[in-house]
Design a protein around this ligand. Structure first.
Ligand SMILES: NC(=O)c1ccc[n+]([C@@H]2O[C@H](COP(=O)([O-])OP(=O)(O)OC[C@H]3O[C@@H](n4cnc5c(N)ncnc54)[C@H](O)[C@@H]3O)[C@@H](O)[C@H]2O)c1
Length: 328
C-alpha cells in the first residue's frame, strides 16, 4: 500500500484522487489546497485528511508519495520541497513557467537524489502507447512523419489562461512531449499562431496553431491545435513510414451505431473532456509511477522530458511571433 498526498485540489487533483481510489494498493491520506473548501471537499470525498498548507504534506509522516497538482508557477517549489523531504513526486505538466526556472530547479536539486515523474499522461494512452510500440518494433519502417491533432472542445476560463503560461506551454506541451517521444531530438520549430475566437481576443494568447517540428534526421511532426472544436475533444495521432501508417482515432463512450429512417450508421459524439478521454491514461500513468517507485526503477517521463517540452514551447511562441523558423 502506498499512502499518497495531493497538493492542489482543483480539476486535475480530482482526477488523480479518483484514480487513487481505483488502485487497490494506493490510498489518498492527505489533500492540501490554499482554498480550504476545495481541500476539504476533495479530502472528504475519499476519506482523507486535509490542510491548507502544502508544507504539511511534505512533512507528513504517513505520506509516502506526492502528486503535485498545484498551479504551474508552484511546480518548481513543490518539486524541490518533495525532494528535500525524500518523497517521490508525480508532478503535473508543465515542469515550470519558463526554461530559466528549470536551471534553478536543477541547481536546487543537486545532491537531493530526487524521484520525480512528469505528468505527460498521453504517453500512457493505450492507443498512442500501442502506436509507439509498433513504431519501435519497425512495423511501418523508420518513422518519417508524425501528425498530432489536438483540439479542445472549448477554451478554459480566461482566469486559467492568464496564469497557464499560454497555449504552447499549457496545451501544446502534451503534443511537444509526444513529438519528442516519437522523434527524439527536435531541431527546428516553425509555428503559425491563429487568433480566430473573438471571445479570447483579450487573453493576449493564440487560440489555435499549426506547428512543424523537424529532427536532425529530417523526420517531421505536424501538430494541429485549437482551443475549440464543435465535434468534441479531437485527439488523433498518425505515424507514417515507408511500410505503412498507424492511426489512433477519436473515442466515443460506446461503439453503438444507430440506423433509422432519417439516418444510418450514426454513432455517439466523441468524448468531449480530457477527464473522460484520458481516464485510462491517467490511471496507467499513476500505476507506472507507483510501480517504478516501489521497484526503485527510473521514472519516465523525467524532469529532462519536461525541460525539452518547455524549450520547444518557448521556441514555438518565438516562431509564432516572428514568423521565422527557430533552431533548437
Ligand atoms: N495532465 C493533464 O491533462 C492536466 C490537465 C489539467 C491541468 N493540468 C495541470 O495541473 C495543474 C493544475 O491545473 P488545474 O486545472 O487542476 O488547476 P485548478 O485551478 O483547477 O486547480 C489548482 C488548485 O491548486 C490550488 N492551489 C493554489 N496554490 C496552492 C498551494 N500553494 N498549495 C496547494 N494548492 C494550491 C488552487 O486553490 C486550486 O484549487 C496545472 O499545472 C495544469 O497545467 C494537467
Amino acid at each position: 500500500m502506498t499512502n499518497i498526498g495531493i497538493i492542489g485540489a482543483g480539476r486535475i487533483g480530482h482526477v488523480h484522487a479518483k484514480t487513487i481510489g481505483s488502485i487497490a494498493d494506493a490510498n489518498l491520506v492527505l489533500v492540501s489546497d490554499v482554498n480550504e473548501d476545495a481541500a476539504k471537499a476533495l479530502a472528504e470525498k475519499y476519506g482523507a485528511r486535509y490542510t491548507t498548507r502544502a508544507e504539511d504534506v511534505f512533512a507528513d509522516k504517513e505520506v509516502e508519495a506526492i502528486i503535485i497538482c498545484s498551479p504551474t508557477p508552484l511546480h518548481v517549489e513543490h518539486i524541490v520541497a518533495a525532494a528535500k523531504a525524500g518523497k517521490p513526486a508525480l508532478c503535473e505538466k508543465p515542469l515550470a513557467m519558463e526554461v530559466e526556472s528549470v536551471a534553478k530547479l536543477k541547481e536546487q536539486l543537486k545532491g537531493l537524489n530526487p524521484t520525480v515523474m512528469l505528468g505527460f499522461n498521453r504517453r500512457f494512452d493505450p492507443n498512442f502507447a500501442k502506436i509507439k510500440k509498433l513504431v519501435d518494433e519497425g512495423k511501418i519502417g523508420p518513422l518519417e512523419q508524425l501528425t498530432i491533432i489536438s483540439r479542445d472542445p472549448a477554451a478554459p476560463p480566461k482566469e486559467y489562461i492568464a496564469v497557464s503560461g499560454g497555449i504552447f506551454k499549457d496545451m501544446t506541451i502534451h503534443d511537444f512531449d509526444m513529438a519528442h517521444y516519437f522523434l527524439g531530438d527536435v531541431a527546428t520549430v516553425t509555428t503559425i499562431g491563429q487568433n480566430l475566437d473573438p471571445d479570447l481576443d483579450d487573453t493576449g494568447d493564440y487560440d489555435a496553431a499549426v506547428i512543424l517540428l523537424t529532427n536532425k534526421a529530417g523526420k517531421v511532426a505536424t501538430i494541429i491545435n485549437s482551443r475549440h472544436c464543435a465535434t468534441g475533444y479531437d485527439q488523433r495521432l498518425e505515424a507514417f513510414g515507408p511500410k505503412g501508417s498507424l492511426f489512433a482515432e477519436n473515442q466515443r463512450e460506446t461503439t453503438v451505431r444507430a440506423y433509422t429512417a432519417e439516418y444510418s450508421d450514426a454513432q455517439e459524439p466523441f468524448q468531449d473532456f480530457f477527464l473522460t478521454r484520458y481516464a485510462t491514461a491517467y490511471a496507467d500513468e499513476l500505476r507506472t509511477f507507483l510501480k517504478a517507485v516501489k521497484e526503485g526503477k527510473e521514472l519516465q517521463p523525467s524532469i529532462e522530458a519536461g525541460e525539452v517540452a518547455l524549450r520547444i514551447a518557448e521556441a514555438a511562441l518565438e516562431s509564432a511571433k516572428t514568423g521565422k523558423t527557430v533552431k533548437l
